[in-house]
Design a protein around this ligand. Structure first.
Ligand code: ADP
Ligand code: NI
Length: 211
């Protein structure tokens, strides 16, 4: 199988796996992450582009939120797929990368020096901030039937509201970037979050001086 063919069969595998995911984690999330990742890598020139492409495509395929907590099963399906599609030589590397992308979410430490992982993590985080990040957050909140905002909520951990999630996670992502290029995009998208919050509070307080 040539390289282009390997990419196409991986796209098809991912599209099929993700068809039942929520719309914040759909194929378009994968498409955006891979575009951002290749942009970052075109500036940084640190990662192998083929491995980066395959890692971006597969990075959310074993997500426990959508595999009923069966992450291990997700990894073994991905391993089988890579073996079957002539990618055995990159199988272990890909599994290590995508398991670290996931582990980082639950604050476990992994191999954070792998250039493919550094670029992929930045791209995945960038898709959670800016205008698209805001859209995804409210989409996720709606999916869970969470309130959009709870005035006075303690936003230092597990907020129930989507505005709370901005403080729990989204506003922290800028300072977690691995690459300089990722950081410069994050600055712009972080500002979009701040502008949104300003406008949100101003509309919320409409007509209520000092509230
Ligand atoms: P990733 O894209 O790295 O897999 P997550 O699975 O944690 O990230 O989240 C997917 C999307 O859903 C992100 O845009 C994230 O901000 C959003 N999200 C996750 N948890 C919440 C929450 N409690 N409230 C609102 N949005 C959320
Ligand atoms: Ni993702």
């Amino acid at each position: 199988m040539n390289t282009n063919r390997k990419i196409i069969v991986t796209e098809n595998f991912v599209k099929d796996k993700m068809k039942d995911y929520d719309s914040g984690h759909d194929w378009w999330h994968i498409e955006r992450v891979r575009k951002i990742a290749h942009y970052i890598n075109s500036e940084e020139k640190i990662a192998d582009t083929f491995i980066l492409e395959i890692a971006c495509l597969l990075h959310d395929t074993a997500d426990s939120k959508f595999a009923n907590g069966k992450m291990e099963l997700g990894y073994s399906e991905i391993s089988d797929f890579l073996d079957k599609s002539g990618m055995s030589e990159i199988r272990d590397h890909i599994i290590e990368i995508i398991s670290n992308v996931s582990f980082s979410k639950i604050n476990k430490t992994g191999n954070l020096t792998d250039p493919v992982l550094l670029v992929l993590q930045d791209a995945d985080k960038l898709d959670a901030i800016g205008a698209i990040g805001i859209a995804r957050a409210f989409n996720y909140g709606g999916f869970r039937n969470n309130p959009i905002y709870i005035p006075g909520e303690n936003t230092e951990g597990n907020s129930k509201s989507t505005i709370g999630h901005f403080y729990d996670k989204l506003l922290k992502l800028k300072d977690m970037m691995n690459t300089k290029t990722g950081l410069s995009i994050a600055f712009e998208r972080h500002q979009v979050l701040l502008n949104f919050l300003d406008q949100f509070y101003s509309e919320w307080k409409f007509g209520m001086k000092g509230v």
